[in-house]
Design a protein around this ligand. Structure first.
Ligand code: ZN
Length: 229
């Protein structure tokens, strides 16, 4: 806690005064272009990875960067999406998973966590990713998998991003925005140990390294070929 308070003191004394104009401009309105949905994991820091400023990203975080299908849970994620699209008017929605994700490890293990019933219930929203993984790898993840655990986790993390993009489309505000051509969806996975982002290319059904120099095509109807790479 002490370190956090020291950080706040430095922000107040040094950082805020240097950007006082920006904060003044943002005092009564915001126009972020992008809703960024990612995991709660402390190692994923969107504003650092994208070098974005206050006012740039509308951020929604939860365990496993999950988007429940519309109507299943009228919770914070659904409300944030609706508000971002209808009131804030974002043009892009990025679902960003990450390497070494605890939520994905839990889904991959398939184990019940009796002391964390809420987590178990929440992670049911990622179960389709596990089924995709099982069907596309031709093996049961609990069996004697020929793939390493790391490969399976990477594949599951990707499948989860694609699955959550599909859930996003069930939200009426997103469906409407897509039909009007006013909204672009993207699926990313951030790699903690390299700092690189892989972007989902829905035309090829694969993830490719994102470059900082060209805007990737937004996701069309997502279909992932997990074992293609
Ligand atoms: Zn995570």
């Amino acid at each position: 806690m002490k370190r956090l308070l020291e950080g706040y003191a430095r922000f107040s004394a040094e950082v805020f005064p240097k950007q006082a104009r920006l904060f003044q401009d943002l005092a009564h309105s915001q126009r972020p272009s992008t809703l960024f949905i990612t995991c709660s994991d402390s190692r994923v820091v969107p504003d650092m990875i994208l070098q974005s400023n206050p006012g740039d990203l509308f951020i929604c975080r939860n365990a496993g960067n999950i988007v429940p299908s519309y109507g299943e849970i009228h919770g914070g994620v659904s409300a944030t999406i609706e508000y971002a699209v209808m009131a804030v008017g974002v043009e892009n929605i990025i679902v960003c998973g990450h390497s070494d994700c605890g939520a994905m490890k839990a889904v991959l293990s398939g184990k019940k966590h009796e002391h964390m019933p809420t987590v178990d219930s929440w992670l049911q929203n990622a179960h389709s990713a596990r089924q995709v993984l099982e069907s596309q790898s031709g093996i049961h993840v609990e069996g004697n998998a020929p793939k390493t655990h790391a490969e399976m986790l990477r594949a599951l993390t990707r499948a989860n991003v694609v699955g959550q993009l599909q859930h996003l489309r069930t939200h009426p505000s997103v469906a409407a925005g897509l039909s009007r051509g006013k909204l672009n969806l993207y699926g990313w996975v951030y790699e903690i140990h390299t700092g690189k982002i892989q972007n989902f290319n829905s035309h090829q059904g694969r993830f490719f390294d994102l470059t900082g120099h060209s805007v990737p095509s937004p996701v069309a109807q997502p279909q992932l070929h997990l074992m293609a790479s």
